[in-house]
Design a protein around this ligand. Structure first.
Ligand SMILES: Cc1cc2nc3c(=O)[nH]c(=O)nc-3n(C[C@H](O)[C@H](O)[C@H](O)COP(=O)(O)OP(=O)(O)OC[C@H]3O[C@@H](n4cnc5c(N)ncnc54)[C@H](O)[C@@H]3O)c2cc1C
Length: 506
């Protein structure tokens, strides 16, 4: 059996970063196993095609169970299954979150994860178009850029926000998160800059790095409580590989807990019920699932908006706190998109623009569990979106804010009819009904292998799995609480910091 110093499972946002950093030392051997195929699908490279990637062959195609507070709809839980993982199919918006997110992680029992501690890791990965500063780096691999060919209407969104009294924010990832401005994206020279493109493709010639695609990891191998290797299915054959140092699980917020449970780490009673031998009774595995939920509102445009293929769809946005409290992180994030987003039940013309409001800190918590003891089965996902009445009310407030913005004079030359929810939906009752019918995930699941030291924590602040040796989880699943905004940049930061933690030991 072949031995590697490190085995990284999953070449997604975090896994590509970890594999890159660990293989920097030519004396260290690294195996990166990815279930998906290389990122050769042409649409992956074209930013505006991002809306057409979920649900294709580069997606795991997961659905939630019927969501009780969303009229029992099964929500499509898109996840990249390809080199680059979800960073190869995501919408590329670069948002780090709010400094308070990380200070909170630290205060929950995770020393070393405050904003001051993690800021250097955000900067480390970054190649910022506007140059280096207190908040930005230019020496990293990941290109963070403005839209090359912005639409006029996206600027009108920012103008409308300023006209109604919100701050103009030139940079959501610097001093202040609140306010309206243009989003930056992980795009380089007009093409998607996934973590595969940024961190993996340039180093594929390192002789100490082996990347195997089409490799579905089925379980981790243990001797006692020490992880000693991995079993995976490749081209119809089961293989086993051994590890000298550590296994790093970076399979994402659905598949990392799934693999832990398949390998005997999880709630003992549930594992035994499926006939899985228990290695460690760790009841937090798969719990604490958090995600962002979004509601779109669509208008007919009176003219062609000239949306270009080099743009990601979220060109402009706004962060605010519904109670105007600048001392806490924003509770709403808005996206302005110069195109139609999927809205089942509504007919949208070719020229459509969309405003979408997203809850940054929804109160629902869900869980991921095993459907069976087979690695080939999709996990059971329960989100419980909009379980709390207050969350629905906040989204209704968001729709009213969007309406006000779209009725400002900045939109006069573009505004046609309101398509969804439609002018007739004015009361709280009507808006909440629309929300329960159309709200959707923004695909930011986190938290299912949360970091901490309480009984429900899965990994410690060094991301080692409690109760076992030689195993860490490094991906979005380790977040104890969800960040204020999109989750790709925070996950890349987690990869950077984890690599340093791992190297410190070696
Ligand atoms: C459609 C969509 C749009 C999004 N838009 C944005 C956005 O605009 N901005 C933003 O910041 N965030 C966005 N996100 C979220 C962001 O992309 C994710 O939070 C982030 O990529 C998660 O990184 P990860 O490393 O945790 O998991 P992933 O990147 O999903 O990586 C997990 C990897 O593990 C592999 N894997 C899983 N199981 C196995 C197994 N058993 N064996 C081998 N390999 C396995 C997967 O195939 C995948 O490659 C979006 C996500 C989606 C799906």
């Amino acid at each position: 059996m072949i031995n590697y110093d490190y085995i990284v499972i999953g070449a997604g946002s975090a896994g590509c970063v970890v594999a890159n950093r660990l293989s920097q030392d030519p004396g260290t051997t690294v195996l990166l196993l990815e279930a998906g195929n290389p990122d050769t699908k042409p649409e992956i490279q074209i930013p505006a095609e991002c809306v057409n990637l979920p649900g294709t062959e580069v997606d795991w195609g997961y659905f939630s169970e019927p969501e009780p507070y969303l009229n029992n709809r099964k929500i499509f839980c898109s996840r990249g299954k390809v080199l680059g993982g979800s960073s190869s199919i995501n919408f590329m918006t670069y948002i780090r979150g709010n400094p308070q997110d990380y200070d909170r992680w630290q205060s929950l029992g995770n020393p070393g994860w405050s904003y001051q501690h993690v800021l250097p890791y955000f900067k480390k990965s970054e190649h910022q178009q506007h140059g280096a500063s207190e908040f930005h780096g230019i020496d990293g691999e990941l290109s963070v850029t403005d839209t090359i060919t912005p639409t006029v209407i996206a600027q009108r969104f920012v103008d409308a926000c300023v006209a109604v009294g919100y701050d103009y924010n030139p940079d959501f990832n610097a001093k202040q998160q609140e306010g309206a401005g243009r989003y930056q994206s992980t795009i380089k020279d007009g093409k998607r800059h996934s973590t595969a493109a940024a961190f993996l493709v340039p180093i594929l010639d390192r002789p100490n790095l082996t990347v195997t695609t089409g490799a579905l990891v089925t379980r981790l191998l243990f001797e006692g409580t020490r992880a000693v290797g991995v079993e995976y299915l490749h081209e119809g054959t089961l293989h086993q590989v051994r590890v000298n140092q550590e296994v790093i699980l970076s399979a994402g917020a659905f598949d990392s807990p799934k693999l832990l449970m398949l390998s005997g780490i999880g709630d003992a009673a549930q594992l035994q019920a499926l006939g899985i031998s228990v290695v460690v009774d760790l009841p937090g595995v798969g719990q604490n699932l958090q995600d962002h939920i979004l509601v779109p509102m669509a208008y007919q445009a009176t003219q062609d908006l000239h949306f270009a293929s080099t743009s990601s769809i979220g060109e402009a946005g706004l962060f605010l706190h519904t109670e105007g409290n600048m001392n806490v992180a924003p509770d709403l994030q808005f996206f302005f998109c110069p195109i139609a987003l999927p809205l089942p039940g509504y007919t949208q013309p070719e020229w459509t623009f969309t405003g979408a409001v997203c809850l940054t800190h929804p109160e629902n918590v869900g869980q991921v569990s095993l459907r069976s003891s087979s690695a080939k089965d999709a996990p059971v996902i329960r989100m419980n979106y909009l379980q709390r009445e207050a969350d629905g009310q906040k989204l209704a407030t968001g729709i009213r804010i969007l309406r006000r913005l779209f009725h400002s004079s900045a939109f006069d030359e573009f505004r046609g009819e309101e398509i969804a929810p439609g002018e007739e939906a004015q009361t709280d009752e009507a808006l909440i009904a629309y929300i329960r019918n159309t709200a959707n995930t923004v695909w930011h699941p986190v938290g299912t292998c949360k970091m901490g030291t309480d009984p429900m924590a899965v990994v410690n602040p060094e991301l080692r799995v409690h109760g076992v040796e030689g195993l860490r989880v490094v991906d979005a699943s380790i977040m104890p609480t969800i960040t204020t905004g999109n989750t790709n940049a925070p996950t890349i930061m987690i990869g950077e910091k984890a690599a340093d933690l791992i190297k410190t030991v070696a």
